[in-house]
Design a protein around this ligand. Structure first.
Ligand SMILES: [Zn+2]
Length: 414
């Protein structure tokens, strides 16, 4: 075994840990590890037990992120991990796979009788999903510094409880969360294993893929204004039907995706008055555009707005556009992605790196620390549901490739 190779991760043990986590925090409806709740805390208790087996004592940072350090021969450290929190009725692998695979990396070294060439941190980011308060990537964006405490201070959950109060009950002070960023200096690189949550790798029949970055998102609310009028008495040629304008815009925006190699979704449409006996006087259409390339994303937005304008004009409606949320495409670190691709190629994985349409903690981390990811297939492309699954063979291949990647990254300097 050369120093660069390092000890292999025991994938069977990692899968057993995942099944035990599922037994403790899941049920017939799926995983229930919603962040800041009881099952999520129980998941972290289990993680603490696993780390105690290795003689490691975890600590929490100011944002509620959970860290455990295995001392190596040098600093700064390599960090491996993901998130234990889930959506309600979620899958057993989303996030948990990356955390347990990270434990596997620490376990491989801790039981090898050798010190890793640099220290290794396991990290479990707090509230990746944003399932309770609607703010995704909470812990990792506090770490990267993009979280603005004042913008989330008034968020409430469905039971009306305020975010600062729920954080407080979990020992997190919203006014101090950005201090978690002080840890950036202690990290040389960050690696994350995750399920793809889409159908690409399964369709290609590959067990693992390197990820080159996360797509950017443009999310807009298009408001079409026509004139509500009687369904029986208003002649077809005299209508100003905002619903038809929105529907036509949605159909036209579909084509924007293919032309620009991205994805476009018009997933929410609200009509007013929204009754069978009236022409819709108002329509709100939510548009979500994603592309890994910033220029292509900008083109998608221009085209979508132009097509919406044409649809509005055709139905003699007004059109307003409101930006709901936007994030630029976040590329991962090129040398780390190359290393990930080499590792994937050695294990019969995908021929080239893919881009992630979903956001991950690694995207926030990549802003401040070199980062890269690996994906394993999701059966049927399904995630955020109790049916979420990955074949045991693909899980094992992904976990082993992740361990190999961590070992290859360990000797690299910052
Ligand atoms: Zn996830």
């Amino acid at each position: 075994m050369s120093a660069a190779e390092g000890p292999p991760v025991d994938a069977g043990r990692v899968i057993a840990d995942l099944r035990e986590l599922d037994r403790r925090t899941g049920g017939p409806d799926g995983a229930q590890r919603v962040c800041w709740g009881e099952d999520w805390r129980r998941a972290r208790e289990f993680l603490t037990e696993l780390l105690a087996e290795l003689g490691l004592e975890p600590e929490r940072d100011e944002a509620g992120n959970f860290w455990a350090k295995l001392e190596g021969e040098s600093e700064p450290a390599l960090a491996v991990g993901s998130h234990l929190d889930s959506v309600p009725d979620g899958g057993w692998l989303d996030g948990a796979l990356g955390v347990m695979a990270g434990v596997g990396v620490l376990r491989a070294w801790a039981t090898s009788g050798r010190q890793p060439p640099r220290s290794v941190f396991l990290v479990d980011w707090a509230d990746e999903e944003g399932a309770r308060f609607g703010r995704s990537l909470f812990g990792s964006s506090a770490f990267s510094g993009t979280l603005d405490p004042d913008r989330v201070r008034r968020l409430r959950d469905s039971e009306g409880r305020e975010l600062p109060q729920v954080l407080g009950a979990n020992g997190v002070d919203l006014d101090r969360v950005l201090q978690s960023g002080e840890r950036r200096e202690t990290l040389a690189a960050y690696l994350e294993l995750h399920i793809e949550q889409g159908p690409v790798t399964e369709a290609e029949g590959v067990p693992v893929a390197a990820v080159q970055g996360c797509a950017g998102v443009e999310r807009h609310r298009l408001r079409f204004t026509g004139q509500a009028s009687h369904a029986g008495t208003t002649p077809m040629d005299q209508r100003r039907d905002a619903g038809l304008a929105a529907a036509e815009a949605a159909l036209r925006i579909e084509g924007v995706a293919e032309r620009n190699h991205g994805v476009a979704t018009t997933g929410a449409l609200a009509l007013r008055p929204g009754i069978p006996t009236a022409v819709a006087g108002e329509a709100e259409l939510m548009v979500d555009l994603r592309n890994p390339d910033a220029d292509s994303l900008a083109t998608m937005l221009d085209e979508a707005l132009e097509l919406a304008k044409l649809a509005a004009a055709k139905h003699r409606c007004g059109l307003e556009n409101e930006l709901v949320w936007r994030i630029e495409p976040i590329p991962f670190d090129e040398p780390l992605v190359s290393l990930a691709q080499e590792t994937v190629a050695d294990t019969g994985g995908r021929d080239e790196p893919m881009s992630s349409g979903a956001l991950h903690d690694a995207a926030e981390v990549a802003r401040v620390v070199p980062a890269a990811m690996l994906f394993v297939p999701s059966i049927g492309g399904i995630s955020h549901a109790k049916e979420e699954d990955t074949s045991e063979a693909d899980l094992a291949a992904g976990i082993e490739a992740f361990g190999a990647l961590a070992n290859r990254a360990l000797p690299l300097g910052r």
